[in-house]
Write a protein that binds this ligand. Structure first.
Ligand SMILES: Nc1ncnc2c1ncn2[C@@H]1O[C@H](COP(=O)(O)OP(=O)(O)OP(=O)(O)O)[C@@H](O)[C@H]1O
Length: 618
């Protein structure tokens, strides 16, 4: 038998007969008006309504309550396709599996009591064979229809899972948006601050710390942007840096070569004694580690009207510092449950301290192995770029500032040992929430012993009091990493968990991308200006089908005609359309006088054919 031509009323083929969308029909035998497309091809008359037999001869059961069915719709005739009374051949096991799958995922299943629209059609009776056939056919969900969370990230609390089902975690979403905003922020009109328009390869300089004007709020972590606080900086604006001893300024800028944002740290009024000192930065450029703010380059400049040295680092939007996070009093925070403002807790959990120690000690291991010393392990120079994620900034500056062409080889081990002492002091200050805690080590250690484990206190004592120990007893970066092995293993576990979560988030966003493409197509083919006022297109044929589908998906109303906004309803139908499954749905006109039964596969065929027709003519 020759295959029938599948065309819509507008004459556009809606899908090759051998396309997957029609595979199911072929399995079922002859196509005797079983699909809307078949009906449409036979006549140009008003859509499917002419090709379907009304079945309102079967009265609704007395007293049957249909919660979302309006009176008008209850009176509307129900149409079922002719000849579609043979159940799909399927093995009992398969049917059971399908049922399991469908009942697990498909909350809007057409076989559910209320059908595709959430109401039960008159005459519907799941036990009355052919009559209930349209609404009782259950379709297996195809693997690409949904992307449920992968099992290893499914063990979260139900309240977490609910919000994670469709989209990226809202907190992560907000944080990423803020970071994007910070990346795009450029300099507003500033009074009294004259920055060069272009500095070496960088343009659009934006100060990251208050100068003549406060930095833009988009560049600050919102927790620290509050009236009356000095944004968590260690010194007053204009004072020499406490760490580097020179006045410094810090800017975000865009590179002309790659368009990316970088941080420029300018050492004001400083002229390197030796031109070759700048070249020491080359050795830092080679250090690649997740816990360092990568050093890109350094150059001298007269663009600010003085002799300045500028160091270029990677920009981490909305980075805070350990000083800001743990050593300054933060503004009142809203309680996530009650929304009431309350003081933020300053206590740093021990797990976080071990994490900081692990991150920085593994960085020191790499830096020391490269024959360098960090020398900038200070609360204001350790950036916190996301939850408990820290990176050391300000590297390479001391190598230029205190460059000595013939520096004795023994000064490097000293500096490296000093790095470990500074690391111990950093953790001590963080645990005590006080940047001056390192000046009163004994009192601070007493506090640590009260609040934290003996193991942590012992390691900190060994790091800070290193000069009291014999050389062979002292920690080196390598031996410190060995001593931290159990905590590094914990750290590895949480990093792997975090990676799994990120991957799950990415998968959800992948799903969103798929639906965005489908929505684009739907919007391209619907309500085209060329069809405006032409009822042949808008009230009949393909466009009419899409119009009804759109109403069903986006404009559902309750029994009182009030709009119902249900995102999962929209996502469910769009996913089914995208997958082009054979499941049928009933579409109803707004006046509720006509309805038609059509499969997602057929609607998808219509969208595809209309879309390719437009693209062809383009
Ligand atoms: N690489 C970076 N990416 C993003 N923001 C950064 C980066 N480096 C520094 N910052 C931001 O710039 C702010 C100012 O840094 P800076 O090192 O000048 O701090 P400070 O407290 O003023 O230190 P100092 O006493 O040395 O001047 C920091 O609070 C931090 O939020």
């Amino acid at each position: 038998m020759s295959a029938p031509q599948w065309r819509t009323s507008s004459g556009v083929p809606i899908g090759a007969p051998d396309s997957p969308a029609f595979a199911n029909e072929r399995e079922m035998g002859e196509k005797k008006g079983t699909s809307l497309s078949n009906v449409l091809s036979s006549t140009n008359a008003k859509l499917a309504t002419l090709s379907f037999q009304p079945r309102n001869s079967v009265p609704a059961k007395q007293g049957e309550v249909t919660p979302t069915l309006s009176k008008k719709l209850a009176e509307a005739p129900v149409f079922v396709p002719r000849g579609n009374t043979t159940p799909r051949a399927t093995s009992p096991t398969k049917a059971y599996e399908e049922f399991q799958l469908a009942s697990k995922f498909d909350t809007y299943d057409t076989g559910s009591e209320h059908g595709a629209h959430g109401y039960k059609a008159p005459g519907f009776n799941s036990s009355n064979g052919a009559e209930g056939m349209i609404t009782t056919v259950r379709h297996p969900l195809k693997y690409h229809l949904y992307a449920p969370p992968t099992p290893h990230v499914s063990n979260f609390h139900p309240s977490h899972l609910a919000s994670m089902t469709f989209f990226m975690d809202p907190m992560m979403h907000e944080s990423l948006l803020r970071k994007q905003d910070a990346l795009c922020t450029t300099q507003p009109e500033q009074i009294g601050e004259h920055l060069p328009e272009i500095l070496h390869l960088y343009h659009h300089l934006v100060p990251l710390e208050p100068g003549a004007n406060p930095p833009s709020s988009a560049l600050m972590d919102p927790r620290f942007f509050s009236k009356g606080i000095k944004h968590g900086l260690t010194g007053a604006s204009g004072d020499p840096s406490r760490i580097f001893g020179h006045r410094t300024s810090i800017y975000k800028a865009t590179c002309v070569l790659d368009g990316k944002s970088y941080v420029l740290r300018r050492i004001e009024n400083f002229r390197p004694a030796n031109e070759t000192s700048i070249q020491t930065v080359e050795r830092w450029r080679k250090i690649r580690h997740p816990s360092i703010v990568a050093v890109r380059e350094a150059f001298t400049s007269l663009a600010f009207g003085d002799h300045s040295v500028v160091f270029v680092y990677d920009y981490h939007p909305l980075a805070t510092t350990l000083y800001m996070e743990h050593m300054t009093v933060k503004p009142l925070q809203p309680d996530p449950r009650t929304g009431q403002l309350q003081p933020a807790s300053m206590h740093v959990p021990e797990r976080v301290l071990w994490s900081y120690l692990c991150q920085l000690s593994s960085l020191l291991r790499v830096i020391h192995a490269a024959g360098l010393a960090a020398r900038s392990i200070e609360p204001s120079k350790v950036l916190r770029t996301s939850q408990n994620r820290i990176r050391l900034s300000g590297c390479a500056i001391f190598d230029v500032l205190s460059y000595q062409p013939n520096s004795p080889a023994e000064s490097l081990p000293e500096y490296q040992q000093e790095d470990l002492v500074m690391l111990g002091k950093l953790i001590l200050c963080t645990a005590c929430n006080n940047s001056a805690a390192a000046h009163t080590v004994d009192a601070s250690m007493d506090l640590i012993r009260k609040r934290y484990s003996t193991e942590l206190a012992d390691i900190l004592t060994k790091l800070i009091d290193t000069h009291k120990l014999d050389t062979n007893e002292r920690f080196s970066a390598d031996s410190l990493v060995v001593a931290l092995a159990p905590h590094l293993s914990d750290e590895l576990g949480s990093v792997l968990n975090h990676t799994d979560l990120q991957e799950a988030s990415m998968m959800r966003e992948l799903e969103n991308g798929r639906l965005v493409r489908l929505l684009c197509k739907l919007n391209i083919v619907q309500d085209r200006p060329e069809y405006e006022g032409n009822s042949q297109y808008t009230e009949h044929g393909d466009q009419y089908v899409l119009k009804l589908f759109r109403d069903m998906v986006f404009h559902p109303v309750d029994e009182h005609g009030r709009p119902v906004v249900d995102l999962s309803h929209i996502l469910l139908h769009l996913n089914k359309l995208d997958a082009g499954i054979d499941e049928r749905i009933m579409l109803t006109s707004r006046d509720e006088l006509s309805c038609l039964v059509i499969s997602y596969a057929e609607i998808r065929g219509i969208v595809e054919s209309l879309y390719s027709a437009i693209v062809r003519h383009n």
